[in-house]
Design a protein around this ligand. Structure first.
Ligand code: BDR
Ligand code: CA
Length: 337
């Protein structure tokens, strides 16, 4: 497992000379949970904190899930987990009619209650302070949830922005169909104004949307490997993914599932797994059917300068192998050295 940055550890990871400091802004959520497992299994990353935002479930549940997941992973007890926004910036969200992530947000998997408490500061204030303490380009944000916290950060604390090296965002569907409406993906649809603000804020952005996450499915065989391993973390991951795959089978007739947010973490560690296309991007905030849609001008039709790298292709097999191997090697039963 990677080790946290100061102040709660001075020791660099033995595996990597200088792991990349990151903060993960998330709404666990099954795939957020697996993304966290992957991040803490990646010596290339130094996860310096977790910020949370309402999305897959309400903010209280999201924070509770994040704390329980920290216990499951065995992160440093001083790792900050900060509570963020309880809802979108501008308009009320339309809650999905069917809860994708099951009861409690983790596919019905009940993790033991945590004795950890959330960081006393609001996620946005905490993030601003953490950024101000870093040099220019000193921190990468991985955002796997509605972009409410990140937009609030950039709007309220613009002086903190230069310390952001890059924001890797799971969200949007530039060319693929949406998963909430015919055109919009959940994270962008949940807070389109925030997503638009972030895309147009002038910070370096990588966007990992449904165009690639739906093309990089985790298979039933992968899930069975986790379940067969059966160690506390791999077993929990297997059971959560089993919930998703069962839902995919019911709805789409495929015995596999997208683990969207884990691909965003993989993109931060192994950007070479993905094909990137530079584009000017924004998010549609109006429209009867297009609210929340990611617009990617890859052919320069608007004449506007590129403001993001959009994921347009993925080595699906390499991603699956990367994810499952890291989970088994880091958290698996001793049979997996
Ligand atoms: C995104 O929406 C959420 O349900 C997932 O956690 C992921 O971040 C996929 O559209
Ligand atoms: Ca998410």
């Amino acid at each position: 497992m990677n080790r946290p940055e100061t102040p709660y550890s001075e020791t660099p990871s033995p595996e990597t000379a200088s792991p990349e400091p990151v903060v993960i802004d998330c709404d666990p959520g099954i795939d957020d949970a697996v993304a966290l497992l992957l991040a803490f299994a990646s010596p290339e990353l130094d996860v310096t904190g977790i910020t949370t935002v309402a999305g897959n479930v309400g903010i209280g549940q999201v924070v509770d899930n994040a704390l329980r997941l920290c216990d499951l992973i065995g992160t440093d007890p001083r790792l900050p987990v900060a509570r963020g926004h309880a809802g979108p910036l501008a308009r009320a969200v339309r809650i999905p009619d069917e809860p994708v992530h099951g009861e409690g947000g983790l596919g019905g998997v009940t993790l033991p209650p945590s004795a950890r408490t959330p960081h006393p500061e609001h996620a946005v204030a905490w993030l601003a302070e953490r950024l101000r303490a870093r040099p220019a380009g000193g921190l990468t944000l991985i955002a796997t949830a509605p972009l409410t916290n990140i937009a609030a950060l950039l709007h309220t604390h613009p002086d903190a922005a230069p310390a952001i090296k890059e924001i890797v965002v799971m969200g949007g569907a530039a060319f693929a169909p949406g998963n909430v409406t015919p055109s919009a993906e959940f994270n962008f649809f949940a807070d389109p104004e925030a997503a638009r603000y972030v895309t147009e804020a002038g910070v370096p952005l990588r966007i990992v949307g449904l165009d690639v996450t739906r093309a990089a499915l985790t298979t039933r065989a992968d899930i069975d490997r986790l379940l067969a391993d059966g160690a506390p973390v791999t077993g929990a991951a297997g059971r959560m993914l089993d919930h998703l795959a069962t839902r995919y089978e019911r709805r789409h007739g495929i015995d596999a599932c997208a683990v969207h947010d884990a691909l965003a973490v993989a993109a931060a560690v192994r950007p070479d797994l993905i094909e990137w296309t530079d584009a000017w991007v924004t998010v549609e905030c109006g429209g009867e059917f297009s609210r929340g849609k990611l617009i990617a001008d890859v052919h320069g039709r608007t004449g506007r300068p590129h403001n993001a790298r959009v994921a347009t292709g993925v080595d699906a097999d390499a991603f699956r192998a990367f994810l499952i191997t890291r989970l088994l090697h880091t958290y698996g039963a001793p049979a997996h050295p």
